[in-house]
Structure formats: C-alpha cells, structure tokens
Ligand binder design. Structure first.
Ligand code: ATP
Ligand code: MN
Ligand code: MN
Length: 306
C-alpha cells in the first residue's frame, strides 16, 4: 500500500502544540492513509497552500469516521474546536451574525485534521475585506459521460475569453471531475457586481455554443453538456482550496497546474498526496500573487449583464 509520506505527523502536531488524538487512525482505508499522514502532507504543502487559504471564511467537510462514511459540511464554529481553528464573525444574508472558521498557519491545518477535516473549502474573499472577493472561480462541471478532454477544451476556451477582455487565469484540477479556472483580483468590486460579471461570462459561452455548454443549474439542461458553474462567485459560496485533499475515493488533491500541462492531463483527480507534495517547488501558478487586475468598467462593459 502506498504510504504518502515518511514524516511523523504526530511529531509535527506536538511541535505546534496541537493535540492530535489517535494519529495512526486510518482515514482513507483503501490507501491506508492516517491522520498522521495527512498532517505530514499539510506540513509539506503549507508554504504554498497558506497564501491561498489564509484569512478566509471556511466551510469544512468533516468525516469523523473516515472518508465515504457520513461526511458533512461544517460552516459555523459551534464551539469545542481547537483554538488553532480560529473564528471570524460574518453577517449572513438574513442579517444574523455567525462565527466562521479561518486559519492562517500550519497549526490551523493540523487542528482541522484533528477534527477530521478531509476538505478545506473557502470563500473568495478574506476576512479583512469580506465584501470584496480577491478571486473568481469558474467551476467547470461536466455531465456524466463527458470525457475529460471536454473539460480541458472548456477551460481553455474560458481562459481565452477572459484573456481577450484582459484577465489572466490559472487552472486548478479539482481532485474530482472538473477544472476550476481561477481569476485573481484586486479586491475592489463587491459580490453583486462580481457575480453578475461571472454570470454574464458563463452565459456568453453557453449562448455561443449551446451544444457544449450550459450556464443553467437545472439537470435537464446539463444533459451531455458542461455546466459552467458561475455560482461559486456569490457571497457565502465556497470553492475547494488549492492543495486541499478531497474526501473522494483515492484521496485525490486539488492541485494548481499550468495551462501548458493541462493539455496532457488525463483526469482532474490524478494527484495523490505524494504527487501533490512533490510539486511544491514547481510553482505552477508562477506570478499568481503578483497579478494586478480588477473588474474595471472597461472589462464589465465587454460582458452582457456584467
Ligand atoms: P468537481 O470537479 O467534481 O465538480 P468540485 O469541488 O468542483 O469538484 P462541485 O460539486 O462542483 O465540486 O462543487 C463546487 C463547490 O461548491 C465545492 O468545492 C464546495 O465548495 C461547494 N459545495 C458543494 N456542495 C456543497 C454543500 N453541500 N455545502 C456547501 N458547499 C458546497
Ligand atoms: Mn465542480
Ligand atoms: Mn459546481
């Protein structure tokens, strides 16, 4: 069986002052991956993962009995969590204020692993500026039966359209079936304008090529098509964090890739913990944090509804 990493996750947790109970408990039975292995993985990727996930409201997929058994989304800090999983108050649509989790260090990732977090989902905005997203996600969701080539060509088309209007993008394989086309942004525009822009972009592609794409959530409209899920770009929506493991079969990781290598990938779930950790030095998203772009009036004007 593939053991992901040699490092001793229990020792990492102890050094960081996070209590890790039963480090040898297996959370991915087929792969024999333990809590300790996950901690070792997050230690390996922390330096590249934290700049993406830090200081954002989070939604956690927790699987107290390991993957595939009774996992649930935890949006709110209901108390009783390790202190390294930090708390930020966010006012929700209904006007009620709720405590969300955020992290800003490896100890947070370890504390989450202690709490059986198998997926880290994050808002598109940071806690200091929660109304203004600093990333967009075009979440490309193929219908059953569509092959991965259709996902790749959709991602490339989305990249080209965004490039045409002046926006640089970065591809993430989700660890599931699709690709997320990510657009880093300076946090200037607020959620409603950002969502309208994303909806406009999705509809633009769907209108031009209705046989390939739909921007409509309804299952019937998705038949044989790829759904351009722009709804990730809504206040309160989340997307998987780059470098997060998934709770799916195979323990796949959501991995940043280059536009060049996307062409030769066979699937969106091909990166194991080991394979992901081996890419830390590669900087597939070179320049991501130096990109200075925003949804200017000129850009919004090029997209219907945007
Ligand atoms: P795939 O490539 O297989 O589609 P994905 O991560 O894109 O993987 P989606 O089902 O498209 O998965 O979901 C997109 C995002 O929507 C998720 O990453 C997650 O952040 C959010 N999401 C999905 N289901 C829920 C849910 N029940 N509660 C909260 N957020 C959810
Ligand atoms: Mn998806
Ligand atoms: Mn989706």
């Amino acid at each position: 069986k593939a053991q992901p990493l040699e490092d001793d996750g229990a020792a990492v947790a102890e050094r960081l002052g996070v209590r890790l109970t039963s480090p040898d408990r297996v959370v991915y039975p087929r792969q024999g991956i333990t809590k300790s292995n996950l901690v070792a993985y997050y230690e390996a990727v922390a330096e590249v993962m934290l700049p993406h996930i830090s200081d954002r409201p989070l939604s956690l997929v927790r699987c107290p009995q390991g993957r595939a058994k009774a996992c649930f989304f935890q949006k709110h800090d209901t108390g009783g969590f390790p202190e390294q999983l930090k708390s930020v108050p966010v006012t929700e649509k209904d006007g009620e204020t709720q405590e969300y989790f955020y992290i800003d260090d490896l100890a947070g990732l370890v504390a989450g692993t202690q709490m059986n977090v198998l997926e880290w989902h994050m808002w598109g905005s940071r806690r200091a500026n929660v109304e203004k997203p600093d990333r967009l996600v075009f979440d490309l969701d193929p219908d059953e039966g569509l092959d991965f080539k259709a996902v790749v060509s959709a991602a490339e088309d989305m990249r080209d359209r965004l490039k045409d209007i002046g926006l640089e993008t970065f591809p993430l394989v989700s660890g599931g079936k699709g690709i997320h086309v990510i657009v880093p942004l300076r946090p200037l525009a607020e959620w409603p304008a950002v969502k309208a822009f994303c909806k406009g972009m999705a509809q633009l592609l769907a209108t031009e090529e209705p046989d390939r794409f739909t921007a409509n959530l309804s299952k019937a409209r998705r038949k044989g098509r790829l759904f351009i899920d722009y709804l990730r770009n809504e206040r309160g929506s989340t997307a998987i964090s780059p470098w997060s493991v998934r709770s799916r079969e195979g323990a796949p990781v959501a991995v940043p890739v280059t536009w060049d290598e996307v062409k030769s990938l066979k699937s969106a779930n091909g990166f194991s913990l080991d394979a992901a950790a081996a890419r830390v030095g590669d900087d597939a998203w070179s320049g991501y944090f130096e990109v200075r772009q925003s949804l200017t009036k000129a850009i919004l004007g090029k997209v219907p509804g945007g």
